[in-house]
Design a protein around this ligand. Structure first.
Ligand SMILES: *[C@@H]1O[C@H](CO)[C@@H](O)[C@H](O)[C@H]1NC(C)=O
Ligand SMILES: *[C@@H]1O[C@H](CO)[C@@H](O)[C@H](O)[C@H]1NC(C)=O
Length: 357
């Protein structure tokens, strides 16, 4: 059932905006969209381990990756080891609780989750270096949702002028479970918490999981739509919280609390050599689409949140069959192509169990 639910999310809602949580600065060069592959090298072929725009921020374990690294090699074939450095120092300290989500693997790796009978897979990465975006940020606690696996690579994505909100299929450089591509792919970031209160997307402006994980906007100038988005999430008639707000987690009695966000994978036209080590072309910038719906507004315009933003709250539970997550998926209520005014629970209390990927 969940599979169908998610398929609807991504096929009927007009595609949202572009740029990474940890935002690239796409340029709108008007360059025609060439039929270039989204990846510089064919999957499995190594490229540079430390992309030029990472400067001195790459860690000593920076590396290229390919099929040998499986699901860890995502979304590009480089693991520059930037924001995952020092993860161990905070992943289970203070309000954070990360290890319980990796009981079957390790926080230095990733854990896949599946709903019984569904073909889609949810993947939470820890400090494994997955998730790098084209601005050389985002490689810690990456979160992915995959559906429509295929053994063949996907056709090249047609890049469109920034901000493109057209969802692309995804050719996976790590070929997890033998799947070279996925027809549906959404990605973002997450955090794990000890308490429900800490897991709320927002407790007060500037405080909460959304700010810990960068879930309320892309980095960089002219992209801060956090207040606008928080107001819409705060209006969630179908939410199970007593406040009817999506800013709070509906889970209260779990062993640990998961809060994440996902956006469709998109490609926008660009003209910057910095993108080449990631996408294989300076003219193509691909990312988890958290760019403002109306694009960045560096000259004082009002950036609007991407309409296809999705938020996931889960509680981690243990029963006779081991670990499971019970989750709610929250989307923004489509408003006929206009700016959404409220949030809605798209799928409620679905149960995920550890899976291979
Ligand atoms: C990347 O890793 C290599 C070792 O594999 C190391 O020599 C190099 O200094 C690293 N790059 C940076 C920028 O740290
Ligand atoms: C939620 O959004 C829909 C679509 O725009 C609208 O029809 C409805 O009135 C809104 N509900 C609330 C409570 O804001």
């Amino acid at each position: 059932m969940l599979q169908a639910v998610i398929a609807i999310v991504t096929s009927t809602i007009p595609v949202p905006v572009s740029a990474a949580v940890h935002g690239p600065t796409p340029s709108s060069s008007g360059r025609p969209a060439a039929a270039v592959s989204p990846f510089a090298a064919p999957p499995g072929i190594a490229t540079a381990g430390c992309p030029s725009n990472c400067g001195t921020r790459c860690g000593s374990h920076n590396a290229s990756c390919g099929w040998a690294q499986g699901g860890r090699c995502s979304p590009f074939s480089v693991l520059p080891n930037v924001q995952d450095q020092g993860c161990r120092a905070w992943e289970d300290r203070g309000r954070f609780s990360t290890s319980p989500f990796f009981r079957e693997s390790s926080p230095r790796s990733y854990q896949a989750w599946q709903s019984a009978g569904s073909s889609d897979t949810w993947v939470a990465h820890g400090c494994d270096g997955a998730g790098i975006q084209t601005d050389c940020f985002g490689d810690v606690m990456y979160f992915e949702h995959f559906d429509q696996p295929s053994p063949a690579p996907a056709p090249p994505c047609s890049s469109e002028p920034y901000p493109s909100h057209r969802a692309c299929s995804f050719t996976h450089p790590g070929k997890p479970s033998g799947a070279a591509s996925f027809g549906q792919y959404q990605c973002g970031w997450w955090r794990g918490y000890k308490s429900a209160n800490a897991a709320n997307l927002q407790n007060s402006p500037g405080r909460g999981a959304a700010y810990d994980a960068g879930l309320f906007g892309a980095a960089g100038a002219g992209a801060d739509y956090s207040k606008l988005l928080a107001d819409v999430l705060d209006n969630c008639p179908s939410c199970r919280t007593s406040t009817k707000s999506a800013l709070q987690t509906p889970f209260t009695d779990a062993k640990a609390f998961f809060t994440g966000a996902l956006w469709p994978w998109v490609c926008s036209e660009a003209d910057d050599a910095a993108y080449e080590p990631y996408t294989g072309s300076k003219y193509m910038n691909c990312y988890c689409d958290n760019e403002p719906h109306n694009g960045r507004q560096p000259s004082g315009g009002k950036p609007v949140f991407p309409y296809e933003s999705m938020f996931v709250y889960c509680g981690l539970y243990e029963d006779g069959s081991g670990n499971s997550l019970t989750c709610d998926l929250i989307t923004l209520e489509p408003n006929g192509g206009e700016q959404p005014t409220n949030a809605t629970v798209y799928a409620s209390s679905f149960v995920l169990r550890p899976a291979a990927f």
